[in-house]
Design a protein around this ligand. Structure first.
Ligand code: GDP
Ligand code: MG
Length: 163
């Protein structure tokens, strides 16, 4: 069975950009299950001999309790439920947001393996990008640039280390 990597994070942190990189194509959306999974996209990728499935989720809005955003949050949690590894993406340029802490707490409760990914960190020293995210309590972050394709091999290597 291919491991499933699920991309989670607040809007605009770069989930879809990372998805496109990890599936090596803008057209890699191979399954878009109608109805419930309206905002979940599935794509296949491979690192060396190791294949994996990537799931892009929509906005994670745990504080919104009604309407469409709530449905999206439920979907995201559903996707997390199916994850072998969750890639929790934060924005290294904006820094730590209060919503990141809420998401981190929700993710921790799921008991899944979580990798903290500090994105948009092109041109930033590792320690500068990573330092303020340590308080999320999710271990050592991976610092990447999805847009520029920096450190993505290391990220996937780390994500797949048990597979
Ligand atoms: P999503 O809402 O989490 O799916 O985020 P998107 O993938 O749509 O990206 C939101 C914005 O951030 C877009 O303008 C991207 O080009 C930009 N972005 C994504 N990754 C990076 C990155 O590594 N560096 C920079 N500077 N911008 C990025
Ligand atoms: Mg997106």
């Amino acid at each position: 069975m291919k491991p499933t990597l699920v991309l989670v994070g607040r809007p605009n942190v770069g989930k879809s950009t990372l998805f496109n990189r990890l599936t090596r194509s803008r057209d890699a959306i191979v399954a878009d299950i109608p109805g419930l999974t309206r905002d979940r996209h599935y794509g296949h990728g491979r690192l060396g001999l190791k294949p994996y499935l990537v799931v892009d989720t929509g906005g994670f809005e745990p504080v919104v309790k009604s309407g469409i955003l709530h449905a999206m949050a439920r979907q995201t949690l559903q996707a997390v439920d199916e994850a072998d590894v969750v890639l929790f993406i934060v924005d290294g340029r904006q820094g730590l947001a209060s919503q990141d802490k809420i998401i981190a707490d929700q993710l921790r409760k799921t008991g899944r393996k979580i990798i903290l990914v500090v994105n948009k960190a092109e041109g930033m020293p590792y320690s500068t990008a990573a330092v303020e995210f340590h308080e999320l309590g999710l271990g050592t972050p991976c610092v990447v640039s999805a847009l520029h394709g920096e450190h993505l091999g290391e990220l996937i290597d780390f994500a797949l280390e048990d597979y």
